[in-house]
Design a binder for this molecule. Sequence first.
Ligand SMILES: [Zn+2]
Length: 94
Amino acid sequence: MPAGTSRRIVADVKCYFCGHVSGQIVGERNQRLRLSNFVPRPGYEGPPLKPGTRLRCERCGGPVFLEDASSSVPSRAVSEALKRRNGGGDSKAA
Ligand SMILES: [Zn+2]
């Protein structure tokens, strides 16, 4: 078992109105929906996300909810975001 593995979840950010998935939230269980955890889907064309902004459907601006997707394979974007969060290339120049 790899060390430092936390209870990580991946959830689709899905629209209540049209069902469009704007991206995914990568975080931990019990965490609230946070923009800093939002990973836009490839080709995301919604408004830029700023602190204090509410996450909205990219397509219709409707309210979104999280649909647990941790059982599915994370998209490449998510994997890369996680890699970055983990420090990316953490090999120290000796
Ligand atoms: Zn929508």
